[in-house]
Design a binder for this molecule. Sequence first.
Ligand code: A2P
Length: 279
Amino acid sequence: MSANPVAVPVKKLANGAEIPMIGLGTWPMDDTEAGAAVLHAIDAGYRLIDTAENYRNEEGVGQAIARSPLARSELFVTTKLNAEWHSFEGVRTAWRHSIERLGLDYIDLLLIHWPNPAQGTYVDAYKGLAKLLAKGKVRAIGTSNFTRSQLTELMDATGVVPDVNQIQHSPLWMRADDIAFHQEHGIFTQAWSPLGRGAVLDAEPVTTAAAAHGVTPAQVVLRWNLQHGASPIPKSTDPERQASNLDVFSFELDAGQMAAIDALDGTGPAPADPMAFGH
Ligand code: A2P
C-alpha cells in the first residue's frame, strides 16, 4: 500500500449509504487497463470505482477488487445498466449479470445509464431499482444523464429519492440549475468528464489558479467541481495523475478564481444530449 494514501471525505446519501466525494472513472478502459488502473487507484486512496455494463470492463474492475488488500466493505462500487434492461424484471437481470462480471455479492450504487426517453420505460426500470434497494441487493440507486423533469417523474412514481444523478459537468459545461434541483431534493450530484476530457486544462483561468495554489490544472478543475456541488469521477490510467487528482481537499479557490473559470462555460464542444443519446 502507498505510504500515505489520501483520505477522501464521504457524504451520506438520501437512502443511507455513504459515498466518497471523489471516485475513479473507468471509461474508456478495457478489462486489462481497468484491472491495473483500479489497483493503482486503491493504493492511492480511491475508495469509489465507477464502471458500467456499457464500458465492458466490469470483469477487469472486479478482478482488481478481488486482488486488492482492502475489505469489500471499504470500497464503493458503482455500475450502470443499459436501455435493454429498462423494465421491472429486466433490472434484476442486469443486476445479476453485473454481479457475475464483477464477482461481487452486492453493488453499492446501481444507475440507469441514460434515460432513453424515446423508449419511454425508465420509470419501470427505476421501480426495479427501488425493489433491489429494498431487498438489500444494492446500497444506493440512481440515474445518469436524467433531466429535472425525468427525476420528478421517478420520485412521483415511487416516493423514493434517487441517491445520485450523474451529469456531464466541467468548466465547459456548467449545470447550475440541475445541481440546485438535486440539492433541493437530496440527490447527490456526480460529475462525469469533470476535466472536460482534458480539454480545459490549458485554459488561462485554470493555469493561473494552479500557479497561485501550487497545484496542477487538473486539481484546480476538480476542486472547481467540488466547490460547485458536483462530486467528480475523473478517469486516469496514470498512477501519478490518479494520486494528484485525489489530493484536492487542502486548498480552496476564491470567488474570483471560481468566476474566471465559470466564464469558460460554453466555450468547448457541445455536451451529449441526454434526450437523444444513450445506450
Ligand atoms: P490519462 O488517463 O492518460 O491520465 P475526463 O475524466 O474529464 O473524461 O478526463 C479524462 C481525460 O483527462 C483522460 O484523457 C485522462 O488521461 C486525462 N487526465 C486525467 N487526469 C489528468 C491530469 N491530472 N492531468 C492531465 N490529464 C489528465
